[in-house]
Design a protein around this ligand. Sequence first.
Ligand code: HEC
Length: 183
Amino acid sequence: MSEPKDELLDHAYDGIREYDNPLPKWWLGIFYISIIFALIYIPYYLFLGGPSQEDEYAAEMAAAAASAPKVDAAGEDALEKIAADAGRVGEGKALFAVNCMPCHAADAGGLVGPNLTDDHWIHGGRLTDIARVISEGVPEKGMIAWKKQLSPAQIQSLTAFVRSLRGTKPAAPKPPEGEPFGG
Ligand code: HEC
């Protein structure tokens, strides 16, 4: 680029002369565009009800919650099939030994958490009930919401394993809690 030629303006103040150095075109372009942008942006978001950051955040969280796979959405029949799959039960057994044993005991006879081998359930004994409790937890009673740490498939495997515990004989079973479940 050739250097623009400086032109002296024809005035002087106390002997100080001034060059006419126009701002570069690209710079002026950005400047004017930013003014036009502000004229649209500020009225839209401040006065015309454009969504705030909080609104957009809430909308995105609601959309994510709605699209997240629900462990119990698979339904009783699908969970019944998983419960009949020895591989999935085995996967659930391994997950149980790592995550659940501290509160429910290694043989699921119950410690802080209830006995999972009897026919009594506080939150219902259907497979969808069990999957939901594992996923959502019962935070006020100390049962963790595992959906934050385990995938829906892992929670389904745990559900299958919990079902396989029914009728087993733990060493020191906690007395039954909740309602008897026939099914
Ligand atoms: C920090 C202790 C703790 C851990 C770890 C824990 N639980 Fe629990 N769990 C509880 C408590 C306490 C309850 C009883 C909640 C209530 O009284 O409503 C419970 C309830 C349950 C129930 C419902 C029982 C019923 O009678 O309805 C199931 C199923 C269950 N837990 C499975 C699991 C599985 C599977 C894991 C491992 C992924 C696990 N829990 C890990 C404390 C725990």
